[in-house]
Design a protein around this ligand. Structure first.
Ligand code: UDP
Length: 503
């Protein structure tokens, strides 16, 4: 097989784990790299690509403005009617490994063959940026001689917490010994020794079977493979997570912190001739209700609490009731995202009858939407607080908008995130492990009324730092330039790495 020595921009293949938060942030990276002139192949699962086409057609059209940009589609291996939400998201790991991985390898091989044909106008893939929880990309990259960079869509704080789990087990600090043990401070997560409790570890640690729990093992294994990648990209910024990043650098020396990506997308548009980067980049897999913006326009300054638990979380009817009563009883205005697939066990029975006091309170002060343009919502002047599940994208979006957070973490990295929001960055409060209407009512009022000044001080300052890092000369802005330069140096693959056959 011929070596690919074509001149021209490097060709980067970007492959996210197929859920909203991951697709969203990796598409933003794709947009930034394409904007810098690199050729990009964005690999989407067929399920998600259909949804992008259906719900974000305008956004998709923007990518056609980049001459070297293409989407490629690959199956996720699940049946069409699989929910791909809640706990069943975990089933995707198996299907991706068994069905998607071989197809991925074959696709890269074919890509190389095609691009080697004289007259073809793009290089073969010269670098893979793979979601760090799809570490099979490293195996494939090694086999085909293509450098692989990991992109973790979580914060540095959670990445490091995952990374340290084997050390916690070895030191006897895990497993957690029941509910009464949840507030114990852990000593073996370097940099977090004074504040990280058992309850703040990624949710998968809440198992007695610490050495054999498949979900925990999966996330730890994936995280521990990152030092084997060429580099690590994190959607964070030095001014937010500097101390934790120093710890991670002891294991993964080559890190590019290029967050908040949505801010970088915005600031990189300055001076650009394309209009694409100037609009909000909404890579939505759900149908957006824009009427909520009209409703927000009619609300007083900083009076509304925005409530959303992300794209995957499912709730029980009981949890839903507690939140709803808490919000209505708080007497504050609220904009609440309740996805169509969000509530478990919605069967049309008695439990679905809405009590009149909730219906009335919502009519007077609330708006319930299936899905909203979240970045735009958070930037709206009527928003006074964000009741969030502490997903990393939501956390960053809130930080940039300078909106204080009330955190109700549900799973995975959300537990460490909410601890950092409340205890380290002082950007809000943590309602972890509680789901009670009286607490909701009190904390909503604390967030947007009683303790508002206290939180505003730190949120305003952190928003300033976030924007600065993404602006020209800022840390993330410069790191993106460094990443682009380093990818260009990876340029042409050397002959001896090229496979002679695929099996
Ligand atoms: N999001 C949105 N509209 C909504 C709810 C969420 O656009 O109504 C977006 C949000 O802006 C964020 C993503 O969905 O970019 C959710 O990602 P996150 O990491 O916060 O949570 P996950 O969904 O992965 O749990």
């Amino acid at each position: 097989m011929e070596e690919d020595t074509k001149a021209g921009p490097p060709h980067v293949l970007i492959f996210p784990f197929p859920v909203q938060g991951h697709v969203n942030s990796m598409l933003k990276l794709a947009e930034l790299l394409a904007h810098a002139g690199l050729h990009i192949t964005f690999l989407n699962t067929d399920h998600n690509h259909d949804r992008l086409v259906r719900y974000s057609p305008d956004n998709l059209a923007r990518f056609s403005g980049f001459p070297g940009f293409q989407f490629k589609i690959i199956p996720d291996g699940l049946p069409a009617d699989h929910p791909r939400a809640g706990e069943r998201v975990m089933e995707m790991f198996n299907s991706l490994n068994s069905v998607t991985k071989p197809l991925f390898k074959e696709m890269l091989f074919t890509d190389h063959e095609l691009q080697s044909i004289p007259g073809s106008n793009r290089r073969a893939v010269s670098c893979i940026i793979a979601d760090g929880i799809l570490s099979f990309a490293i195996d494939v990259g090694n086999e085909l001689g293509i450098p692989v960079i990991h992109f973790r869509t979580i914060g540095a704080c959670s990445f490091w917490a995952y990374f340290c789990i084997p050390d916690l087990v070895e030191a006897g600090e895990l497993p957690i010994r029941g509910n009464e043990d949840m507030d114990r401070i852990l000593k073996r997560v370097p940099g977090m020794e004074t504040f990280i409790r058992c309850r703040d570890l990624p949710s998968f640690c809440r198992t007695k079977n610490i050495l054999a729990d498949p979900n925990l093992q999966l996330f730890v294994d994936q995280t521990r493979q990152t030092p084997g990648a060429r580099a690590l990209i994190l959607n964070t910024f030095e001014e937010l997570e500097g101390p934790v990043l120093s710890q991670i650098r002891t294991q993964c020396p080559q890190i590019y912190t290029i967050g908040p990506l949505h801010a970088l997308v915005k600031y990189r548009s300055v001076g650009s001739k394309t209009t694409s980067l100037q609009s909000q980049s909404l890579n939505s897999l759900f149908e957006v209700d824009r009427n909520c913006m009209t409703w927000l326009d009619a609300q007083p300054l900083k009076s509304v609490i925005y409530v959303s638990f992300g794209s995957i979380k499912k709730m029980t009817n009981e949890e839903m009731r507690e939140f709803w009563y808490g919000l209505v009883n708080s007497k504050k205005r609220f904009l609440w995202v309740i996805r169509l697939d969000m509530v478990d066990g919605k069967d049309g029975g008695d439990d679905d009858q809405i009590p009149s006091e909730l219906a009335e309170g919502t009519r007077e002060r609330g708006y319930i939407a299936d899905w909203v343009p979240q970045e735009e919502v958070l930037a709206h002047q009527a928003i006074g607080g964000f009741f969030t599940h502490s997903g990393w994208n939501s956390t960053l979006e809130s930080i940039v908008a300078g909106v204080p957070m009330l955190c109700w973490p549900c799973s995975a990295d959300q537990q460490p995130n909410s601890r950092f929001v409340s205890e380290v960055w002082k950007l809000g409060m943590d309602m972890k492990d509680v789901c009670n209407r009286t607490v909701v009512e009190k904390m909503v009022n604390d967030l947007i009324v009683n303790r508002r000044d206290e939180f505003m001080k730190s949120t305003v300052e952190m928003a300033r730092l976030a924007r600065e890092s993404a602006s020209k000369g800022g840390s993330s802005y410069c790191n993106l330039d460094r990443l682009i330069k380093d990818i260009s140096l990876m340029g042409v693959r050397s002959k001896e790495y090229l496979p002679s056959s695929i099996n």
